[in-house]
Design a protein around this ligand. Structure first.
Ligand code: AHR
Length: 507
């Protein structure tokens, strides 16, 4: 007898999956830019110094959008330091990460790199030391065709054509006490509104108009902030009609010292879903209060696992220190898979998301100076979900058991079901968080006669197993025999204890 039943019907949809939920994030932090995507002299570097081995891995990951240049970094960054002749650019103190920013790589280099990697840029403007005027000037530099000081400067420096940047983040984590020139919700709400208005006037299109630029205002920087969720309400009350998204950020970590370390960590995936539900409710509250027809969505533009207790071992005030270089374990990969399911299961409201980050800094890709680029454990669930989790998410109903975590009850079997009508495919992404194998019956109705085409599993590993430069393939996905399907709708799966699973059906 199956212990867990998962039921899904084609007609019961959650919402369309915006491909931008598979975005990522690149900050001027540690070796993300310098030594990550950019390493002049590396054997795979092109004439601009962009590492082609890294670009190839990013393409394999299936990342459509990258948020840049921060992060905490952006709140002290003067974008004008990063343009023009490289020999004349000045190195500056980066207070966010106690590093030296050489400014060898700036807006024009990022735009060129995006073009090479087939990526859509999402630019963050400085709402810390920066003013609305600085943001407008950056906007003019990037998006205005010609005939003004900054647009002509861009034409002179780098590109005749405007960059046409569509996504603009209005600051970063302005509620955080660590943020350079952080603000209260009231002050940030007013500043963000004024900034968005100026950028909208420069864009000359209304918020909901076709082709208009899109704005993201800062939501709470995580769910444990004492000001959460009031911050989100107040910011939205100031900015609701102008903004298109409110941001969410959340990092989880494995804490061996906690009471039930494994359960507490595995409970993160369901907790992420609860967090999204609260922010959704806050958006709906403000929409109702404003009697508004406008829709604001969530940009979950920083999410990942990050061991924030690890002490810094690199000196301060150097260029590109080795910091935040988390090595992801098999255990991390399991939670990561559940976090991706949380994004999919909220596809109706989460319309953009950025895995934080992309290379070297809490990232799925790690590089060696002058050497290799490797895939961390978390690379694999991201790759499978971004390449296959397309179309729409279907609501799944489950009889899964549960376990207790520091966040409350969490599901033992954590799944998401997607349907891509254009490819006539149904996919199931599933984590078994149980310590023993789980018999699971899938019933996928109304799609037609389903045939299982692919079954991939990541299982059987030591929880601490990780991919390293000396052992890059310690944790890799395994192709298994596709499942038999009964009556075109039912399939029986024996999910390994502690496993991540991917099933692809066609009809
Ligand atoms: O991604 C690392 C940091 O985490 C970002 O700079 C900041 O926005 C968040 O606190």
């Amino acid at each position: 007898m199956p212990k867990t039943k998962i039921f899904a019907d084609k007609n019961l949809k959650i919402g369309a999956i915006d491909p931008n939920i598979y975005g990522s994030f690149l900050e001027h932090l540690g070796r993300a830019v310098y030594g990550g995507i950019y390493e002049p002299g590396h054997p795979s570097a092109d004439k601009d110094g962009f590492r082609e081995d890294v670009v190839a891995l990013i393409r394999e990951l299936g990342v459509p959008l990258v948020r840049y240049p921060g992060g905490n970094f952006v709140s002290g960054y003067d974008w004008k330091d990063g343009i023009g002749k490289k020999s004349e650019r000045k190195a500056r103190l980066d207070l966010a990460w106690a590093s030296v920013e050489p400014n060898e790589f700036g807006t024009d280099e990022f735009m060129k790199w995006c073009k090479k990697a087939g990526i859509q840029p999402m630019l963050a403007v400085n709402m810390g030391t920066g003013t609305p005027k600085d943001a407008l000037e950056l906007f003019e530099y990037c998006n205005h065709p010609s005939g003004t000081y900054y647009s002509d400067l861009r034409r002179k420096n780098a590109s005749e054509e405007p960059y046409g940047v569509k996504y603009w983040c209005i600051g970063n984590e302005m509620d955080g006490p660590w943020q350079i020139c952080g603000l209260t919700a009231e002050d940030y709400g007013k500043k963000a509104l004024n900034t968005m208005r100026m950028l909208r006037w420069a864009d000359a299109k209304k918020a909901d108009e076709e082709g208009a630029v899109k704005f993201v205002v800062c939501g709470s920087c995580h769910a444990q902030m004492p000001t959460y969720p009031e911050w989100d309400r107040i910011v939205l009350e100031h900015t609701y009609e102008e903004t298109n998204y409110i941001s969410m950020h959340q990092y989880y970590q494995y804490r061996p010292s906690s009471k039930n370390p494994l359960e507490d960590f595995l409970g993160s995936a369901d907790n992420m879903g609860d967090f999204i539900d609260t922010v959704r409710s806050t958006i709906n509250y403000v929409r109702a209060k404003n009697r508004s027809k406008h829709r604001v969505y969530i940009s979950f533009d920083e999410w990942n696992i990050w061991s924030q207790d690890a002490p810094r071992t690199e000196p301060n005030w150097v260029k590109a220190p080795r910091i935040l270089e988390d090595v992801y374990t098999f255990r991390d990969m399991l939670v990561f898979g559940g976090m991706m399911n949380a994004l999919l299961n909220h596809a109706d409201v989460v319309k953009a998301a950025c895995l934080a980050q992309l290379v070297n800094v809490i990232a799925p890709i790690m590089t060696q100076k002058g050497g290799a680029a490797i895939r961390q454990t978390t690379f694999y669930p991201f790759r499978y979900v971004s390449q296959n989790g397309r179309g729409e998410t279907i609501r799944s109903i489950t009889t899964s058991g549960s376990f207790d975590s520091m966040y409350g009850k969490a599901r033992l079997v954590n799944e998401a079901v997607t349907h891509d009508a254009s490819k006539r495919e149904v996919c199931v992404f599933l984590c078994n968080y149980g310590q023993s194998p789980e018999e699971i019956e899938l019933e996928l109705r109304s799609f037609g006669d389903l045939v299982c085409r692919e079954y991939v599993c990541i299982a059987g590993n030591d929880l601490d197993a990780a991919n390293t430069f000396s052992s890059p393939d310690a944790v890799v996905p395994e192709q298994r025999e596709p499942l038999a399907v009964k009556d075109g709708t039912k399939a029986q799966l024996r999910a390994d204890a502690m496993s991540w699973n991917f099933l692809r059906f066609s009809y």
